[in-house]
Design a protein around this ligand. Structure first.
Ligand SMILES: O=C(O)CCC(=O)C(=O)O
Ligand SMILES: [Fe+2]
Length: 273
């Protein structure tokens, strides 16, 4: 087994909390370019989006734009950003597969209430079972997360709002109390203040959700979800890579989205530094 791509301090912090914050990953110039593209995709008629980029609204306060890497190369570069991919590789024994990628805009909504969850693909394992598709283990100098996500801030996230987690809950094996409020309430739950360009990498077995947004400007962020590249393809039909749109992504991006046992080119680059 090769050496972990994470530093000893990152391993310690992630194992304890279930997430890591990476500061200033995206430069202000790149942020501006990304936001210009996103604003355009938020404004145009849905039929004018470059497929497979699609726009949708799951809740009144949240708009999603899906498959953004197929719509502009800048989002492929973000998926393969070496600062992010080093950490993602370090959490997946150097074998990550990108299987979901979207943008979210969230607006202030007094009616919005979150509830903590762990991500799954719709199948709930009975109590006392671990979901092997969303597992967390550590040992022998390595961390293994079979399912993780990054939360990339495109706008500043002040304290007391934004992404909320229950630190350490990625390892919890007991029933979560009912109605645990999704707000900054240490030590049980914390919201994570960020500056635009910062990134959170977290185990999606960590209890998490969006805390109600309280600012007048919208919350804008990108989600990238990864699974272990060797075994899992939870999205199944319609999952990445999207063969029909193969020519809209690079070979390296296609490989990052594909099941594979080999070390991927983008991962190798991230491990070199
Ligand atoms: O929007 C957020 O901050 C959390 C969303 C989330 O956890 C999810 O979509 O699974
Ligand atoms: Fe989630």
């Amino acid at each position: 087994m090769t050496k972990s791509a994470l530093t000893e301090e990152e391993k310690w912090y992630f194992d304890l909390h279930g997430f890591l914050v990476l500061k200033s990953v995206i430069t202000p110039e790149k942020l501006k370019q990304m936001l210009d593209i996103i604003h355009n995709w938020l404004e145009v008629d849905e039929s004018d989006l470059p497929l497979p980029v699609t726009r949708g609204r799951q809740e009144p306060c949240k708009t999603h734009i899906n498959n953004i890497q197929y719509g502009h190369k800048i989002f492929q570069d973000l998926a393969m950003d070496t600062k992010i991919l080093r950490v993602v590789a370090g959490l997946t024994m150097n074998a990550p597969r990108l299987f979901h990628y979207n943008f979210t805009m969230m607006t202030k909504d007094d009616q919005a209430t979150g509830s903590f969850h762990r991500d799954d693909s719709g199948f709930k394992f009975p109590p006392d079972f671990r979901n092997p598709h969303n597992d967390y283990q550590s040992g022998n100098g390595q961390i293994y997360c079979s399912h993780l996500a990054t939360w990339v801030a495109l706008t500043d996230v002040p304290t007391n709002t934004g992404f909320c987690v229950v630190p350490g809950s990625h390892k919890s094996s007991f029933q979560t109390p009912d109605n645990l409020p999704v707000k900054h309430d240490p030590p049980t739950s914390v919201t994570i203040p960020l500056q635009a360009g910062d990134v959170i990498a977290f185990s999606t077995n960590l209890l998490h959700d969006a805390s109600p947004w309280i600012e007048d400007y919208p919350r804008m962020n990108i989600f990238q979800r990864y699974q272990l590249s060797v075994y899992f393809n939870e999205t199944g039909k319609g999952g990445y890579p999207l063969e029909e749109y193969r020519d809209q992504i690079s070979d390296e991006q296609y490989e990052l989205e594909s099941l594979s046992k080999e070390e991927k080119v983008s991962v190798r680059r991230a491990l070199v530094g």
